[in-house]
Design a protein around this ligand. Structure first.
Ligand code: F3S
Length: 295
């Protein structure tokens, strides 16, 4: 029998769970339409479910013409969004993850003290774009050690991390900055949920024959999980839903590990486990058929 091992920390993190709960509570408590500024989380299935419940996604506040409530997602936003929402008379529900808020505040404090700030992260990710906003646009973003090498030399630097950064990448950047002569004030803002999920994924990948990584195609933390599992040298398959699992991947495996990004709800993980049971039954039927033929 194929063993399926699900990572204990797979799926919704604290900040995402909180954001989804806040959004649902809005539907309940508020009069008028409810919007999220950008998709609430990087998971099409959850966004679809919320849309059916009545939550609309807008990409800019200007798309909202009447009154209503706008939810800030867990990634956070630049400070002017708060002012613009107020000017437009919108109710604002702030679901910025408290861990992201901490990065925003740290960056803001450093800039006020005139200390240049480096953010280790992906400059295109909304969380990082929000963080830059809290630095008055002054924070420098580096993705990795290579980019850190190319940075101007500063005598003193404050360094923060996008919450979903890999610990080793963050450390590599810091050692480059130190080597290049900066006195570095390090704020390790990597979220514990991410670090734990990543460590668990690595351990899981070492134990099993293959790993299924569940999560949205645009989810950065899911992509990182897949990348980490690949370093264990096992086949890694990234899927959004149970239907995407190809039984051919599972043939002959003794064990499969399952992990999931922060924006994958529990019900998708359950569906995936069910689908693996379907596979088991399929295999058993096949073997039984072969036995019958042989007789
Ligand atoms: Fe927050 Fe960490 Fe999730 S920063 S949104 S709890 S991955």
């Amino acid at each position: 029998l194929m063993k399926v091992k699900v990572a204990a920390k797979a799926g919704f993190c604290f900040g995402v769970k909180r954001a989804v709960e806040m959004a649902r509570k809005c539907l309940h408590d508020r009069d008028g339409p409810v919007y999220t500024l950008g998709p609430l989380i990087h998971n099409d299935q959850v966004i679809g479910a919320l849309a059916r419940e009545g939550i609309n996604v807008v990409n800019d506040l200007d798309e909202i013409t009447g009154p209503g409530t706008v939810i800030i997602r867990s990634h956070g936003v630049v400070p002017c969004v708060y002012q613009r929402a107020e000017q437009k008379g919108l109710n604002l529900v702030d679901a910025t993850c408290p861990f992201v808020r901490k990065v925003q505040n740290t960056v803001n404090d450093l800039v006020k003290q005139d200390i240049p700030v480096v953010v280790v992260g992906d400059p295109l990710h909304p969380e990082v774009q929000g963080i830059i906003g809290w630095s008055d646009g002054r924070a420098l973003v580096v993705a990795d050690a290579g980019q850190a090498e190319k940075l101007d030399k500063f005598p003193k630097l404050g360094v923060v991390a996008q919450t979903t950064q890999r610990q080793d990448n963050f450390e590599q950047v810091i050692s480059v900055l130190k080597k290049n002569g900066s006195r570095v004030q390090v704020y390790n803002t990597i979220c514990l949920a991410t670090a734990e999920r990543q460590r668990e994924a690595m351990e899981l990948a070492q134990e099993v024959d293959a790993v299924l990584v569940l999560g949205g195609k645009t989810s950065a933390n899911t992509a990182k999980l897949a990348q980490i599992c690949r370093t264990a040298g096992k086949p890694v398959y990234q899927v959004e839903t149970a239907e995407e699992i190809d039984f051919a991947w599972l043939k002959g495996l003794r064990s499969v590990g399952v992990t999931a990004g922060a924006s994958t709800p529990g019900w998708i993980i359950e569906e995936v486990c069910c689908r693996m049971m379907d596979f088991e039954e399929n295999v058993n039927e096949e073997t039984m058929e072969t036995q019958v033929e042989e007789q």
